[in-house]
Design a protein around this ligand. Structure first.
Ligand code: FAD
Length: 655
């Protein structure tokens, strides 16, 4: 997959614009509005599902653009990339093509919460996404701005339900019909850009905001509740002006780990990877922030920004007197720019230059493009179903930053799932949902549609109650088979590879379980493994793998005939052995809940004083609804499986 040649970038643009001027049809199954991370996954997924799909976006040359940091994955986010890939999405393979510095974050913790991450070459990422879209059957790309949604008034038999019929293009453009429409307008809905005291309409630097007509349709005609959020980006710095000798070098992993299940290697060879550098702010930085506050209108506003990716202004005001980390990251193989992660700022450009020069490694740095902020409307996502369809408007789906999330990975995950469901709607198939127990995508969507957002939402491993089962290493087993057999968004090539892997893993696990030896015998055969004085006199191969220094390779050297056919899966088998006991326990808990569905919940139960680990939010929901059975509680929006387990244990023990 990594050996294919991408079509020349310019010829892609030419081809798309030719196609764009000669739309062969005026009726599509699915129209996707926006070619960002949500839109590209949505369009590709809908087309893979068999729907005739049209992607309309403001500029074809910004399809797949990385608006802010040139990186993909990380803790929690890497899990999303692996799951999008397991469902045959684009971003994992694009990351493997464009990555120039791969590292697994959180390595000191268990593999369930490792965060696969890559620094990307911006240009290569866009080229890959554009080339993939071009090669996707049933997908047409059109350059244009969508001015308005075509909607029918509510059916008297279904009061409150509008139905979307298509879109109307701006600048006097024509209308195009579709059975479903997916909006993925990112930061562009009523977007405004901020630098210093200047505010201009825009969705991103160099790009106009979405038209007012689109906001009008959503708010006035469809009556959707919206809110306002903000984010920002750092200045880009000229690489030659950075004094890297004053920063700490951070090399990549010596063996890059691909995101995609379908790739054995990344395009970038280990030795071709580029380093990142770490440096720190000084008290001088804090001084410049404080001096420029009155000139910085973005920071003075109440609109909520990303808590976990704050601007340098927010960081120094919140934690004065401290040094703050700044990562200096490459923007691409041939790029002359450096991305200073941690220095997102919106003060006037001259103050930005003063600020960065207060950092030792940047003492003579030059700014190529100043940092800026963006504020935009989002649609409160509790108005969506788990299929990401607007509950009150048939055929209308929303995905990405428009739903109040932040980040490429969160956008891509929603885009893929909206694409699947929009296609199913158009093809008269029932919607499909992913649960919190089977995927991070399920956690993300459940959090959005049941809890909503008050600040930009990003994924963390702590949001997933079943994270020991939802590991980056097993995304294929969790999702690829379902994606092919039940959903329809996975190619047969990927499916057959996933089946081969699943069968081999099962055989290898059976083989490991079949080797049962006394502890004394194991100690003789594997002197390198510190097998403790165990009460049980025998251990299986799986038990031995559970020891820190017990590896599959070691076992295979002792039992070559039985185990060497599975050497390619040695890391996966080790991880499986470590987590299996815990995952089995979790599985039993889930089954126990399913069995105990009819268990009555006492009428007079005081949820606020229950001595169990329940969040305030869960207690409030249970108190308000007062479900009569455990089964009824499981179906309440906002009640997590973990909360149900705590409730079940409490009732069992107190009864
Ligand atoms: P986008 O990637 O924004 O794509 C939207 C697409 O819709 C664009 O292609 C646009 O041209 C198109 N479009 C919009 N309106 C129309 C229309 N009417 N008709 C046709 N096409 C339309 N994320 C982080 O995680 N951390 C950060 O620090 C961070 N900082 C950011 C700073 C800035 C300045 C910006 C702009 C974004 C930042 N992001 C950050 C957000 C990140 O870029 C988004 O989360 C991600 O790109 C969202 O993907 P999306 O597909 O929802 O939207």
């Amino acid at each position: 997959m990594l050996t294919k040649k991408l079509p020349h970038f310019q010829s892609f643009l030419l081809l798309v614009s030719r196609r764009a001027h000669r739309l062969t049809r005026q009726q599509y199954d699915v129209i996707v509005v926006g070619g960002g991370h949500a839109g590209t996954e949505a369009a590709a997924a809908a087309a893979r599902m068999g729907a005739e799909t049209l992607l309309v976006t403001q500029k074809v040359n910004t399809i797949g653009a990385l608006s802010c940091n040139p990186s993909l994955g990380g803790v929690g986010k890497g899990q999303l990339v692996k799951e999008v890939d397991a469902l045959d999405g684009l971003c994992g393979r694009a990351g493997d093509w464009a990555g120039i510095h791969f590292s697994i974050l959180n390595r000191r913790k268990g593999p369930a919460v490792w965060g696969p991450r890559a620094q990307l070459d911006r240009q290569r990422y866009r080229e890959f996404i554009q080339s993939e879209l071009l090669g996707t059957p049933r997908l047409t790309v059109l350059e244009g701005s969508v001015e308005e949604l075509l909607v029918t008034e509510p059916n008297p038999e279904e009061p409150g339900h509008h139905r979307v019929n298509g879109i109307r293009l701006g600048n006097g453009g024509h209308s195009i019909s579709a059975s479903s429409v997916i909006l993925t307008t990112g930061t562009f809905l009523s977007g405004s850009l901020f630098v210093g005291q200047t505010t201009v309409p825009g969705g991103r630097i160099g790009d106009a905001p979405s038209s007012a007509g689109l906001s009008h349709t959503l708010k006035e005609r469809l009556g959707l509740r919206t809110g306002r959020l903000r984010t920002g980006t750092p200045p880009r710095i000229v690489k030659d002006s950075v004094d890297f000798s004053l920063a700490v070098l951070h090399p990549p992993d010596s063996h890059p780990t691909p995101f995609s299940f379908m790739n054995k290697h990344t395009r970038c060879k280990p030795e071709e990877q580029l380093p990142c550098y770490l440096t720190q702010t000084t008290l001088g930085v804090e001084r410049v922030v404080k001096e420029s506050l009155h000139l910085n209108c973005h920071i003075q506003q109440d609109t909520k920004g990303p808590r976990y990716c704050p601007s340098i202004e927010s960081r120094v005001l919140r934690f004065p007197g401290r040094e703050h980390q700044v990562w200096l990251e490459p923007e691409g193989v041939t790029s002359e720019l450096v991305y200073p992660q941690g220095l997102s700022m919106t003060m006037p450009p001259d103050m930005q230059l003063r600020l960065i020069r207060e950092i030792p490694a940047l003492h003579r740095a030059e700014i190529h493009t100043p940092g800026y902020g963006v504020q935009y409307d989002f649609v409160c996502p509790t108005q969506l179903s788990p299929a990401l369809q607007v509950k009150s408007t048939q055929g209308l789906f929303l995905a990405g930053q428009i739903n109040g999330t932040t980040g490429y990975e969160e956008a891509a995950a929603q885009g893929l799932w909206a694409g699947v469901n929009a296609a199913r709607w158009a093809l008269s198939m029932p919607p499909v949902a992913l649960s919190r127990t089977e995927s991070y995508i399920g956690v993300l969507i459940d959090d959005l549609v049941t809890r909503g957002v008050t600040e930009p939402y990003r994924m963390f491993t702590s949001r997933a109650e079943f994270r020991t089962s939802l590991r980056p290493d097993n995304a294929d087993l969790r999702l690829t088979l379902k994606g092919f057999e039940e959903v329809g968004c996975v190619s047969s090539l990927r499916y057959h590879e996933a089946v081969r892997v699943r069968d081999n893993l099962q055989d290898a696990l059976t083989a490991l379980e079949s080797i049962v030896l006394s502890t004394t015998n194991w100690r003789k055969r594997l002197p390198g493994v510190l097998i403790s004085e165990n009460k049980s006199a025998t251990l299986s191969g799986m038990d031995v793998l559970n020891y820190n220094n017990g590896s599959f390779e070691m076992l295979a050297s002792v039992f070559p005939e039985l185990l060497s056919p599975y050497l390619e899966f040695s890391q996966r088998l080790k991880i499986e052995a470590v987590y299996r006991p815990h995952c089995d326990l979790q599985k039993k808990e889930i089954e126990r809940i399913q069995k105990e569905e009819s268990m009555s919940l006492p009428e007079d139960i005081d949820y606020f004083s229950l001595p169990v680990s329940l969040s305030q939010e869960v207690r409030e929901i249970l108190d308000r609804v007062r479900p009569s059975t455990l089964g009824a509680a499981t179906r309440l929006q906002g009640i997590t499986p973990a909360a149900i387990v705590h409730l079940l244990n409490y009732i069992r023990h107190s009864g």
